[in-house]
Design a protein around this ligand. Structure first.
Ligand code: PEP
Length: 253
């Protein structure tokens, strides 16, 4: 049977933008998405948490999905400043990004924490985008595959399926640096991740599960990366804040 993986083009706005930008950016994307003849990809916007509501309204009825950049592993309780997966689901979020390298580094998130968060998110019906990736030091030490394999094995819940999980391969040295993985480097890693998924979730789910690339993707390098056999979309930071650039990446699918 033919494998159909609808590419996912996901924008991670990180801690950027205020309400008026959110309305403008999401509103412009909504107009373009609504006017396209054929949907060749799924579009996702992950704004800062307080902008989730306004972005949901701006894209309502277009098919563009909205997601969060994180969630807590508990559904409620004394966790000042945190957001539960249940709350995000009630705000009409469809996805949650987990284990972004900035959270792994700045918030000391471990694979065990990410696993817990992903398990809770799946329980309430959120889809997870689980990020993995090596640092430059790890790559130069020849540890790229072992680091990514370990992060994948330890962060992926047992109940992960192609429907509720997307893997994002994001080499840390490529995030926000303008240095992008070469097509060979990206395909090599995505192929390795899929091979690992065969063992973790079984061949049927692994064949259908999307593995997206993240790290300085832009309208110039997107076409080559998105054409790779195991690259099923992109997780995009900087370029997702510019309508024209984010849209061009989608058109490169
Ligand atoms: C990211 O934050 O996940 C990311 C890939 O950022 P950038 O596209 O800016 O490198």
């Amino acid at each position: 049977m033919a494998i159909t993986r609808l590419p996912l083009i996901a924008g991670n706005w990180k801690m950027n933008g205020v309400k008026k930008h959110a309305n403008k950016l999401a509103g412009s994307l909504a107009k373009r998405f609504r006017n396209q003849k054929k949907q060749k990809f799924e579009m996702l916007i992950c704004p800062p948490a307080p902008l989730i509501g306004p972005v949901v309204e701006a894209v309502r009825g277009t098919g563009i999905a909205v997601g969060s950049q994180d969630c807590h592993f508990e559904n409620a309780g004394a966790y000042t400043g945190e957001m539960s997966a249940e709350l995000l689901k009630s705000m009409e979020c469809k996805y949650v990004i987990l284990g972004h390298s900035e959270r792994r580094t700045l918030n000391k998130e471990t694979d065990a924490v990410i696993l817990n968060k992903a398990t809770t998110a799946h329980k309430v019906g959120l889809r997870t985008i689980i990020c993995i990736g090596e640092t430059l030091k790890q790559r130069e030490a020849g540890r790229t595959k072992s680091v990514n394999r370990k992060q994948l094995i330890n962060s992926l819940p047992h109940q992960a399926t192609a429907k509720n999980t997307v893997i994002a391969y994001e080499p840390v040295w490529a995030i926000g640096t303008g240095k992008v993985a070469s097509p060979d480097q990206a395909q090599d890693m995505h192929q390795m991740i899929r091979a690992e998924l065969y063992k973790l979730v079984g061949p049927a789910e692994a064949d259908e599960m999307r593995i997206v690339y993240g790290g300085s993707m832009n309208p110039i390098n997107a076409r080559e990366l998105l054409a790779l056999p195991d690259v099923d979309g992109g997780l995009i930071g900087g370029a997702s804040l510019i309508v024209k650039d984010f849209w061009s990446i989608g058109q490169a699918v």
